[in-house]
Design a protein. Structure first.
Lengths: 133, 497
């Protein structure tokens, strides 16, 4: 069973080795004629303004976190919507039709999930974390 | 997909604490300054209701049942731990309000986050499925990171939170990787019962054993045992003192609940005779290292919070002795660990409560020298602190004595565990030295600076409650031992005894 992986390992090693080899060849064989103009960050000639280590406002992180939360909410809703019929049926589906009666689970489960997120939304709204100012 | 609504009654305590947490978060956004006292009352109310709900489930949980598609186990051990968590949360709420007001960071979300953490701990103690365990541990940990860092103007608080978060995230990586290995090697088992059924066969697989060790690493990280203790001193020192008490008591108890259930019934204990995985020997070494290192390091600390952080590492070592005893299949070791957890919880909350109360805004009195003369300045407070410290040291007639007594008595039943017991007793003797150092400073030295503490009724209530609990546990341990015994027996029954 382990032998199945040997071929894959060899392929990976060959890939990594080839990349390293080509980089080294380029480094050592290629001609190097550095001039001052070539060494500046923008070879097009633009002057650099300020330090590369800029500090970002914490607002960006706020937006990023909130985006993640509601992005993941949407990502969860797709599989839920696809399976909604199955989740809402007390028994197995017969050719896509529910014959066993209706279960509250399909709707209730996602409602609890959304309610928790609504609490979070209301919280950040009231804390004025949504506006940029 | 069948789903029985009546099964939701099993998670009523969880619904109460998390629902109240959400309510507090929303109410906080409307609260103005003084109104935040109301948030503490809301949190306390939630704790009381949750406690009642837990107590109402006690009779029905005499035999173990599993609900919610194998996710949630109902037994007395889980309920026993639930009651401890809720009490921890309530006392933390009582202590934290006045502390935050005095030190000028009214953080109303604190109460809500304490309740979320409590909900997470309930998930851990009730988990019967690896995913439920993961979610519970993460809920608890994320809340603990926030509680550590919530004192934003205090650089130590941020430092502690950052260290705790980075290392905690790393430990979670171990947990998930371990779970993946267990899932793979048992052929897709995630429920504890399913894994337990295949553990004997799977323990021949080195990958399964590696998975078990990864899970063990993550859990002993959470209880701050050597060699995964490095975060604890910085985090415990930096966190606001009530949050330190909450983490040292509650989060640790929850992690021990998970260890007891996983290693007492799934990877060891009576259901898996002979313990083929080999974690018992490793955990025994870890226990000795943990208590010895914790106590030796605590001897040299001048900062009282840091000293108690090392002391809490040492206590994790004593508790691991109990876990080892459970692992070799000693009956009654489980209830000894549970009893120890209760006494340790109340003692720790009390001791950090006293630390939170001494000092005033801009002048936290955190060094042993700062406590000189407390015996004459605030005799009642000094008495409470003495009771808590003696209990931590295991001196009768406090709860800590019986905690250690039951724990070591259980371990004594197996001659292989004698070295552990000897190490434990020697360490307890060492620990008395640094606990008494504080007592000596309080009673036998004169104050160099005036000792202030701010007036607070809820702080007094919390300390009186914890002090009484510690003394009652020492004088009449019987009732709690019976409850813990019922909790321990329920697990033994599950394991097929």
């Amino acid at each position: 069973m382990t032998s199945d992986y040997i071929a894959a390992t060899l392929a990976i090693l060959a890939g990594v080795g080839m990349a390293l080899l080509l980089t080294m060849v380029a480094q050592h064989v290629g001609p190097h004629r550095p001039t001052k103009a070539k060494q500046i960050p923008y070879e097009a000639g633009s002057d650099v303004i300020g330090s590369p280590r800029a500090r970002f406002s914490v607002k960006f992180y706020q937006v990023a976190i909130m985006f993640l939360v509601f992005d993941i909410e949407a990502a969860f809703l797709y599989p839920w919507a696809v399976n909604y019929r199955k989740l809402s049926c007390l028994g197995p589906l017969q050719d896509g039709v529910c014959t066993a009666g209706v279960s509250f689970f399909g709707l209730g489960g996602v409602m609890v999930f959304m309610a928790v997120l609504v609490v979070a939304l209301a919280y950040v709204w009231r804390k004025r974390a949504i506006g940029w100012e | 997909m069948s789903f029985d609504l009546s099964q939701l009654s099993a998670i009523v305590p969880l619904i109460i604490v998390t629902g109240m947490g959400c309510l507090i978060l929303l109410a906080e956004t409307f609260a103005r300054n003084r109104a935040r006292t109301g948030l503490a009352s809301l949190a306390l109310g939630g704790c009381v209701f949750a406690f009642v709900a837990v107590a109402a489930q006690w009779d029905a949980a005499a035999t173990k049942t599993t609900v919610l598609q194998g996710m949630w186990v109902m037994d007395r051990m889980a309920l026993f731990l639930d009651a401890t968590f809720v009490a921890t949360a309530a006392i933390t709420v009582l202590i934290s309000g006045p502390f935050m007001r005095e030190h000028g960071f009214e953080f109303g979300e604190f109460y809500g986050i304490v309740l979320f953490a409590t909900g997470g701990m309930m998930m851990v103690s009730h988990a019967d499925h690896l995913l439920m365990l993961l979610i519970g541990i993460e809920t608890t940990s994320l809340a603990a990171y926030v509680l550590t860092g919530c004192w934003r103007r205090n650089a130590r608080s941020s430092e502690g939170a950052m260290k705790y978060f980075l290392m905690g995230a790393f430990a979670t990586g171990f947990l998930v990787y371990g779970m993946a290995l267990i899932y793979g090697t048992t052929g897709g088992e995630m429920t504890y019962a399913g894994i337990a059924a295949k553990a004997a066969v799977s323990s021949n697989s080195s990958l399964f054993v590696a998975g078990v060790y990864f899970v063990l690493i993550a859990l002993i990280f959470k209880v701050a045992a050597v060699p995964f203790h490095m975060w604890a001193p910085d985090t415990y020192e930096g966190a606001p003192t009530p949050a330190t008490g909450f983490m040292a008591a509650g989060v640790k108890a929850a992690a021990f609940g998970a260890i007891l259930r996983l290693f007492g019934t799934v990877f060891g204990g009576p259901g898996l005779p002979g313990e083929p995985i080999g974690w018992v020997r490793i955990l025994a070494t870890v226990a000795i290292l943990t208590m010895t290192f914790g106590n030796l390091a605590a001897l040299r600390q001048e900062n009282i919070k840091r000293m108690l952080a090392y002391s809490s590492i040492a206590h994790a070592g004593y508790l691991l002795v109990g876990v080892v005893a459970v692992g070799v299949g000693i009956a009654g070791a489980q209830s000894a660990v549970l009893f120890y957890l209760v006494t340790y919880t109340f003692t720790t909350l009390g001791v950090f409560g006293v630390i939170a109360w001494v000092g005033k805004r801009g002048d936290e009195r955190l060094f042993v020298d700062d406590w000189a003369g407390l015996g004459t300045a605030r005799p009642a407070l000094a008495l409470a602190m003495t009771i808590f410290l003696l209990s931590l040291g295991g001196v009768p007639p406090t709860g800590g004595f019986f905690g250690k007594f039951y724990l070591f008595r259980a371990a004594m039943q197996s001659p292989e565990l004698y070295p552990l017991v000897i190490a434990g007793v020697l360490n307890s003797v060492v620990s008395v030295y640094y606990y008494l150092r504080v007592v000596v400073a309080m009673y036998f030295r004169d104050a160099t600076r005036p000792l202030d503490s701010y007036p607070s009724a809820s702080m007094r209530a919390a300390l009186v409650l914890t002090a009484i609990a510690v003394v009652v546990l020492g004088l009449f341990p019987g009732a709690v031992v019976d409850w813990a015994g019922g909790a321990g027996a329920a697990v033994a029954k599950v394991a097929g005894l």
